[in-house]
Design a protein around this ligand. Structure first.
Ligand code: UD1
Length: 421
């Protein structure tokens, strides 16, 4: 298992190019199951999770050819509609193949994803939505066994705006008979990007990016191959991580290649805390700021504060003047970075789903362990400014969702060495 050795503290300066969003790439690649032709993508990030979804598509007989960041996926023919436990257990987002498989082939057998480090993460909302569209679903031997003659458009009203469920139902609705309305849909920018990808093939979708999405079902023969290669949007979570790194590193960092409006809430919080930056059309230029002040945040579905930036924000809050409070409302166990950060000198108390953070003057390097993707990012942020060496173990969590984060930080002036193992 690789580990990272980070020598701190360091000042960061320069420019960093943000990769395409992992959380948009995964559903969009899953959506190619709907396409009876080859689809070309550019700028696909080199991430472990992207590798996993490509392996999953290949395991079904879909042809994938890859040259650096360009990928062609040809799902004209499939051999099977099975997503095996061996792959699904390594990445929960694999469940996104369920909607498109069912829509195109009338059957699917997809391993039920188990819980993960940050919470139980059931998929009941996905399944009841598909049942509403006429699917017959049973859980057998750890697999979701789904069948239908033809999915039918329906009004699917979610009890909670689940990102994955919105994506699964949207994809299923493309080849359903009639119109599907998703009420209380997730509004994340990644949903909008999936809609853009589908619309580039003639699908009619209204309201993506709002809480009510309408998808007009069509026949397979009516789908048309996109006229140009598709590029997925920039990763707002990676961008937020680098913006926070820039603020913590105390230099001038230009974070470019994403849409800053996707981070409005985070940027507003940072402004209130005293951070100085300039916002461009596709970049944020972080300036040196005086010591920031504490803040109160609560994670919420988009456009609220993203749970995927909560851990990185806590890294920043651990060094500001005064106290901060972070309330996590999306996942029940998303504070696993806290004990590791405390070992680096942070002062944090956990009370239920809230964390009380008392800002300290400095952190010190320590051996720490990554537990999940965003927790790992938070530990790297702490390590950049901590005094001495931090040994960050189990960085495979980081490699799932951050493309070459160590190389990108090194270019900005960080002292990071990857030890392969
Ligand atoms: C996606 C993101 C993840 C992000 C999360 C919330 C991807 C690949 N992952 O995950 O990075 O942290 O959105 O922004 O895009 N829930 C249920 N039943 C369901 C579905 C969800 O109870 O059927 C609950 C979950 O347990 C969780 C909450 O709803 O507590 C949010 O989950 P959801 O929005 O579905 O997140 P994901 O799509 O899994």
């Amino acid at each position: 298992m690789d580990k990272l050795l980070v020598q701190g503290p360091c000042q960061l300066n320069g420019e960093v190019e943000i990769s395409s969003a992992k959380n948009a790439t995964l559903p969009i690649l899953a959506a190619t199951i709907l396409c009876p032709y080859a689809v070309k993508f550019v700028g696909i990030p080199d991430l472990m999770d992207v590798g996993t979804i490509l392996k999953l598509l290949q395991s079904m007989g879909i042809k994938v050819s890859k040259h650096d960041h360009e990928i062609v996926i040809d799902a004209t023919q499939l051999d099977n509609q099975h997503a095996d436990y061996t792959l699904v257990k390594t990445m929960r987002a694999s469940v996104l193949v369920l909607g498109p498989l069912l829509a195109r082939y009338g059957q699917a057998s997809v391993s039920l994803p188990g819980g993960c480090a940050i919470g139980a993460r059931p998929v009941d909302i996905h399944l009841t939505g598909l049942e509403k569209m006429g699917a017959h679903i049973e859980i057998e031997n750890g697999y979701i066994k789904a069948k239908c003659n033809k999915l039918k458009g329906a009004v699917v009203s979610f009890p909670f705006p689940s990102v994955g469920a919105t994506e699964n139902i949207m994809m299923a609705a493309v080849l359903a008979e009639g119109e599907t309305v998703i009420e209380n849909a997730a509004q994340e920018p990644e949903i909008d990007d999936l809609a853009d990808f589908l619309m580039s093939q003639g699908v009619r979708i209204e309201g993506a990016g709002t809480s009510r999405i309408v998808i007009h079902g069509m026949k397979l023969s009516e789908l048309k191959a996109p006229s140009k290669p598709y590029r997925v949007i920039g990763d707002r979570i990676e961008a937020a991580t680098f913006i926070i790194a820039g603020i913590m590193g105390g230099g001038e960092v230009k974070v470019k290649g994403f849409n800053p409006s996707h981070l409005q809430y985070v940027l507003d919080v940072l402004t209130k805390m005293g951070a100085k930056f300039e916002i461009g059309s596709d970049y944020v230029l972080v300036h040196q700021s005086p010591r920031l002040k504490g803040a109160m945040i609560e994670t919420l579905p988009f456009p609220g504060f993203p749970t995927d930036v909560q851990a990185q924000m806590m890294a920043l809050m651990s060094l500001v003047e005064g106290n901060s409070v972070v309330t996590e409302t999306i996942f029940e166990n998303r504070f696993m970075h806290v004990p590791e950060m405390i070992r680096m000198g942070a002062k944090i108390q956990l009370k239920g789903n809230a964390a009380l953070i008392e800002g300290v003057e400095s952190l010190s390097g320590a051996p720490v362990m990554c537990t999940d993707l965003r927790a790992s990012a938070a530990l790297i942020l702490c390590a950049l400014v901590a005094h001495g060496q931090t040994e960050v173990q189990r960085v495979y969590h980081l490699d799932r969702g951050y493309e070459k984060i160590d190389e990108k930080l090194t270019k900005l002036g960080a002292n990071i060495q990857r030890v392969r193992g």
